[in-house]
Design a binder for this molecule. Structure first.
Ligand code: SF4
Length: 268
């Protein structure tokens, strides 16, 4: 039998955090890591230090030394997008694989029993990937309960309407989340906006949000329209739901779990 290292990669999101709490006493030799793109939300760092205190173990921060801005130049200004996730490969997966090395490793992923998601995960031959939540039938409500019972709770960015961890400019954000970023972290919104480029040459304009540029989105009439649309949808979802779910009790928001999502390493 090979000797395995046990590694759990935290994203700063609810599922990988719940998994870390769930596995803490089951695998005491677990190594915890966080792949830091250098463009994460400040709340993510705050949350991870809370998690670290609870685990009683250091979370090793991994990063690609070159960083996002270097790779953006290499990609000739092409911002990453759902169909071209160079950011995930270079800033999340590569540092993780470097840390994993070539000895046998079991990698723990927080994919829940009630979801069927795919995404970039490492295919290194020495890496055996396991899904304890899937194996143990842990679903969305169970994850919320694990977080609540531990006292850790949901990541703090949930308080202002963002539901996924990852970079502040992540292109998986919905328009309403961009609006909230503008309101809560105007400096980060400005930074994100600086990355957008416009060109008359087809295929040479690079925007984060496919609906409209951030320069457009921040205009008061667009902010209001996006909010109105969001709250109208919330009202419909609330009306159509028979029972209040745990997530609504904790956050007072309705969440659609079928929306497009980023890779497992970024957002679980
Ligand atoms: S969070 Fe989004 S922008 Fe950041 S690395 Fe992941 S997919 Fe890319």
């Amino acid at each position: 039998m090979p000797e395995y290292r046990h590694i759990l990669s935290l994203s700063g999101g609810k599922d990988s955090t719940a998994l870390a709490l769930y596995m803490r006493d089951k695998v005491p030799e677990m190594e915890y890591v966080f792949c830091d793109t250098g463009k994460e939300l400040p709340e993510t760092y705050e949350y991870l230090s809370r998690v670290e205190a609870f685990l009683g173990k250091k979370i090793t921060v991994l990063n690609d030394r070159a960083g996002f801005d270097h790779w953006l130049k290499v990609f000739d200004g092409y911002l990453p997008a759902p169909n071209m996730r160079w950011c995930t490969k270079l800033l999340k997966l590569k540092p993780f694989e470097y840390f994993v090395g070539d000895t046998p490793v079991i990698s723990y992923i927080g994919l829940r029993a009630d979801e069927d998601r795919t995404g970039l995960i490492s295919g290194k031959p020495n890496l055996k990937t396991v899904f304890p939540f899937k194996e143990d039938g842990i679903n969305y409500e169970n994850v919320l309960r694990i977080l609540e019972d531990s006292g850790i709770g949901l990541p703090p960015y949930w308080n202002w309407g963002r539901t996924n961890s990852g970079c502040y400019f992540c292109f998986f954000q919905k328009s309403y989340e961009w609006v909230r970023l503008l309101e809560v972290h105007p400096d980060l919104f400005d930074e994100a906006q600086k990355y957008e480029k416009f060109s008359d040459i087809p295929g040479k304009s690079f925007l984060w949000n496919q609906e409209m540029s951030l320069a457009e989105l921040r205009k008061p009439n667009n902010v209001q329209a996006i909010k109105n649309r969001f709250f109208a949808r919330q009202a419909t979802m609330k009306k159509n739901r028979k029972n209040k779910r745990l997530i609504e009790i904790f956050t007072d928001y309705e969440f659609d779990e079928n929306e497009p999502q980023a890779c497992l390493i970024c957002q679980l």
